[in-house]
Design a binder for this molecule. Sequence first.
Ligand code: PRP
Ligand code: URA
Length: 207
Amino acid sequence: MRTHTVDHPLAATLLTTMRDARTPNAVFRNALRDLTGILVYEALREAPVTRYEIETPVAFAEGVRLAHPPLLVPVLRAGLGMVDAAAELIPNAQVGFVGIARDEATHQPVPYMESLPADLSGIPVYVLDPMVATGGSMRHTLELLAARGATDITAICVVAAPEGIALLEKSDLPVRLVTATVDSGLNSDAYIVPGLGDAGDRQFGPR
Ligand code: PRP
Ligand code: URA
């Protein structure tokens, strides 16, 4: 699996806002939305385009559109805060949903919802989840997508732990990871250190 860490001063300042425990929910949500725009921009840097002719007010010119409109898949809850920013940049994207809540005692992913197209062959898929900690939730999501024929998957996250990256590498699923940072590791509660806490709670409050 290829991992691309987005190294940009604006990404770093937004990440700092998200990490800061004093940041209120609304400011955290805004920072996640803005950072998602930067991550999506980087993730699509090499996306293939189709060329077609347009007319400016002055002359004919060559225009481009994405050759393959993608599917965006936010992982509920925390990924919800990324989907608007991604869809604004890619207006012809479709959106599927996966709901997973990690069991706080076992740290295992507990899936509770999926709403995805049946056939994903030939469709680029962008999974949106701010956190890859143990990697269990992302691996489960990738398995759902691969079972529907997806072979071109990008996981977009804000903070990844080396343990989660190792799990995804071992799984051999067709994915690359775009992240704002790879942090030091997990604590005994399987939270990322230094991380930013619970990304769902920090957007929406405790569940
Ligand atoms: C968080 C996060 C990921 C998952 C990462 O969701 O958004 O989905 O934990 O942990 P993992 O890599 O160890 O699986 P959480 O389960 O807290 O649910 P929430 O988004 O509803 O808060
Ligand atoms: N899920 C989160 O939201 N944060 C972590 O640090 C780990 C899992």
